[in-house]
Design a protein around this ligand. Structure first.
Ligand code: FIX
Ligand code: ZN
Length: 443
């Protein structure tokens, strides 16, 4: 079929800045712009170097990622207790042998390790890990972080910071050094999802709280959040919620949400990230790999968005079945920003479906992806895969638009990619480096 609505030009993508693109040029320009635009990774479990051994990196950590542990137990007869009794290095060895030597690593998580090894020029088919271990051992962490973020095409990563983790809290209390490429997030799971196990930790930090969340507890949790805000300068607050989450409902978590968390977010001008749909520990023997996914009733989100128009909600859902409703709600509430294809959804076939639908229903007004990386080098494969999956979807949206009569330029594509992977995040959170004088000591 000819393309009467597409202007035929001989421009190369590089020289086509102001000019119109042909159908073939659209595809290559989208790829080029995606490759050259530095992204912001709005949700990871990575840490800046000052957090020391909390930051995971290297081949043994890559291989013992919980996504791979779950796959290991499908292929191996090893009992979980036997696996957990091994050293980290021993676990990495059995995972390498089982998933990469005795089997073909075609799953998303195994293929990711191959992509990382390949990106460093390391062997991807050796029977042992000797060469990879030597390579990672030789890296200086500060320089390695810089290289990895450059290879992943990232300018900034957002951490997940738990003020109730004693090891992490001690580092924050020691005036941790600011890092230009990392930002903090104040994680609230301990407070909102398991108050009975955590209220004493707040009490031990000097806050007058009690198990039943009496009236003063709400104010005291508010004070706790304000103090940790001073320490961390988080770009948002966050919680992962179970599929059974309901709002309104008379629960301790909801009381803390309405009495402390939402007012604090309003006052501090922070969005609240809700990641909804995790079913924690359906198989506890697998530890971190033992969580599953469940469909949630998103009327809870509808109620929150309507009842709290002055709060902003960054939302990711874990069930594929909830994705369509999430898009519908985003069309109803401008204080809702859908983000990412989370965890079990971060596979090309599902990312493609979700992202296509989001473009169709929301245009460029969403944040397509976050990495959720737990191990530094994972950002290399996760963002490579995101760019690879997104390129044809985005190009196809422009092709349809061109067929329907709109001319497309490189500048349009650049504006859209920047929006999706940077400025939608920048307009919802303050991603600038916190001024060091704004990091007042918390009381
Ligand atoms: O709650 C979360 O932030 C989840 O992303 C993690 O806890 C989960 O274990 C994970 O790593 C998913 O990718
Ligand atoms: Zn996460």
């Amino acid at each position: 079929m000819t393309e009467p609505l597409l202007k035929s030009t001989n421009q190369t993508p590089a020289s086509a800045d102001a000019g119109l693109l042909t159908s073939a040029q659209i595809a290559s320009t989208v790829e080029d712009v995606l490759a050259k635009t530095p992204f912001v990774d709005i949700h990871t479990h990575l840490f800046a170097p000052a957090f020391g051994k909390l930051g995971l990196w290297g081949i043994d950590e890559l291989l013992t990622y919980h996504y791979l542990e779950a796959e290991f137990f499908r292929f191996s007869q090893t009992a979980p207790e036997t696996y957990w009794s091994l050293s980290k290095r021993g676990r990495a060895d059995v995972i390498w042998r089982t998933l990469f030597v005795e089997n073909t690593p075609v799953s998303e998580a195994t293929r990711g390790v191959i992509a990382v090894l390949q990106s460093f020029g390391l062997p991807t088919d050796h029977s042992d890990l000797a060469e990879a271990r030597l390579f990672f051992k030789a890296q200086d962490i500060e320089t390695h972080i810089e290289n990895v973020l450059r290879m992943a095409g990232l300018s900034l990563v957002v951490m997940t910071n738990d003020p109730l983790d004693p090891e992490e809290a001690a580092i924050w209390r020691n005036d941790v050094a600011l890092h230009p490429q990392f930002r903090a997030v104040l994680r609230l799971d301990g407070i909102l999802c398991s108050w009975s196990a955590h209220w004493q930790a707040l009490a031990a930090q000097g806050y007058d709280v009690d198990e039943n969340v009496s009236r003063k507890s709400g104010n005291e949790v508010w004070r706790f959040l304000a103090d940790w805000h001073k320490r961390m300068r988080p770009v948002y607050m966050a919680v992962s919620l179970p599929d059974a989450f309901e709002y309104p409902q008379e629960t301790i978590g909801n009381r803390l949400l309405t009495d402390a968390v939402l007012p604090a977010c309003r006052e501090l001008n922070l969005p609240l990230s809700l990641m909804i749909g995790v079913r924690r520990q359906v198989n506890p023997a697998l530890r971190l790999a033992g969580d599953a996914a469940g469909r949630t009733d998103l009327r809870a989100l509808e109620n929150l968005c309507r009842e709290f128009p002055d709060n902003r909600f960054l939302v990711s859902v874990l069930s594929r079945e909830n994705q369509h409703e999430l898009c519908v709600y985003a069309r109803k509430f401008s204080n809702l920003m859908p983000f990412g294809c989370w965890w079990f959804l971060n596979n090309p076939s599902i990312v493609e479906e979700i992202t296509r639908e989001r473009f169709e229903m929301l245009g460029m007004s969403f944040i397509p992806q976050h990495s959720d990386a737990r191990v530094l080098e994972q950002v290399i494969y996760k963002w490579k895969n995101t760019r690879r999956t997104l390129a044809p979807i985005l190009a196809n949206s422009y092709r349809l638009l061109a067929e329907d009569g709109r001319t497309i330029t490189r500048a349009d594509i650049q504006r859209d990619v920047t929006r999706l992977f940077r400025s939608n995040a920048e307009s919802w959170m303050d991603l600038r480096v916190p001024r060091s004088d704004s990091l007042e000591p918390a009381s």
